[in-house]
Ligand binder design. Sequence first.
Ligand code: KG4
Ligand code: ZN
Length: 355
Amino acid sequence: MLILGIESSCDETAAAVVEDGRRVRSSVVAGQHEIHEEYGGVVPELASRAHAERITGVITRAIDEAGCGLGDLDAVAVGHRPGLIGALLVGVSAAKALAWSLGVPLVGVDHLRAHLWAGLLDTEVELGDVFPALGLVISGGHTAMFRCESPTQLVRLGGTIDDAVGEAYDKAAAILGLGHPGGPTIDRLAQEENANDRAVELPVSRLGRESLDFSFSGLKTALLYEVRGVPGPGGVFERTSDALNDERRRDLAASFQRVASKAVVLKMERALDAIGDTPRSILVGGGVSANSRIRRESLVLAEKHNLKLILPEMRFCVDNAAMIAGLGHYRLAMGEQDDLTLRASPSMSPATSGC
Ligand code: KG4
Ligand code: ZN
């Protein structure tokens, strides 16, 4: 069964063709970093416009690269929540138009759940060996942990009370005078030879003794004060980030990365203790699952608990449409589908948000 996936929730316009939920026949991602870079973050209105300009070309390329035609598609899946509403509407409208004109089912897919499917793409691992799982979504917009009974049944265990971890990475990069998005750059600097990850002691947020929530704003502020000094009267800083030399920048990046990774892995460990020994695997997804240190430390944790670790291939960590098509296939196989009343929604589904 061939499914076309469409993703436009934030600043990536993406389309993919996936066979039977797993085999990725094509995955096209058109990023918009160059559009948002000068603003230091995603500008929603510019994102929607760029999606509208690119979506048709991206879908056409995905179909071509998959070596099929529109008539070969069995369904269209689309990420319809959560995300920027104007951005989501572009993908949802395109998906509705295609599904209606081709006369094939339309399936709406939750973006967070799809990130947890990403690690299953291009693998043959049996779902029975994966679920129940501890799921962790770490991205620019989200940081949350779930007990996953199945790919679509999630119980939220905790989430960030302030910044998402990717957002903290991006802000830390801005503090260090690096470009946007900063996660990959900090990760690269932190891996340089001679990088000292103990150059400064930054705080690891633990929150309450048993808390499964995350907090990254204190870490970000500690880094800011380290770089620019504690602000004096009127909030004026002692210095700018221009005072940093390359070695110091590298060491601060490494110190930040050590603590960010520790804060994430610590909560995964707590969650495993809290939910007992029922999970079969740890599923990690989202842009920050590309991080070298989090990947390495998650593996150590999984081995310690004798669990399978499912991490996405690098190209499926950040937003993509293959994960949307994959989870769309699963929903269809479960007998679930949507109709043309499918709505784009900026918020998470109640189960995912814990509301
Ligand atoms: O999943 P994603 O593409 O978008 C959201 O759904 O938010 O994640 C993007 C985020 C950005 O914050 C980016 O800096 C971060 O993922 N990121 C990384 C790495 N690669 C991407 N953060 C840390 N280390 C990386 N290697
Ligand atoms: Zn995402």
